[in-house]
Design a protein around this ligand. Structure first.
Ligand code: 5GP
Length: 123
């Protein structure tokens, strides 16, 4: 099965994105459909489909995603006020692009818990 998603095309610059950070292993760009005043996606340059596919040999990349998040928080001035970092997994988690990514949401005080916005009422 191919691991190619729209994010592979963003990594290879085949399609445009508002890229705000890039290093050897990670890339960050603005979400096309922002859910907060600041909404970036932070991805590994190597495709890992879901959290279920993280293992001992690729887990260092997940740490690097958080290092990039911390850099962006400082760069864009959110480190002190705070922000939210989320990774969705599969259908119930709301995942739509099967290349792991951190959502970084900032610029507004957010509510908790997030399941107040569930798609379906649970019986
Ligand atoms: P997920 O639902 O998988 O957790 O998040 C996927 C995110 O990717 C969504 O927030 C969606 O708006 C964003 N997205 C999907 N396609 C594109 C694209 O082509 N460019 C950008 N910048 N974001 C995208």
């Amino acid at each position: 099965m191919s691991n190619d998603t729209i994010f592979s095309k963003i990594i290879s610059k085949q399609i445009p994105a508002d890229i705000i950070y890039e290093d050897e292993n990670t890339l960050a760009f603005k979400d096309i459909n922002p859910q907060a005043p600041f909404h970036a996606l932070i991805i590994p340059k190597i495709a890992i489909a879901t959290i279920n596919d993280i293992n001992a040999s690729n887990s260092h990349l997940v740490g690097e995603l958080y290092v990039t998040a911390a850099k962006l928080a400082k760069q864009f001035g959110f480190a002190q006020d705070g922000y939210r970092v989320v990774m969705n997994c599969n259908e119930h988690g709301g995942q739509t692009v099967y290349h792991i990514h951190l959502h970084m949401l900032a610029g507004i005080e957010m509510g908790w818990p997030p399941y107040q916005n569930t798609k379906k009422e649970q019986s």
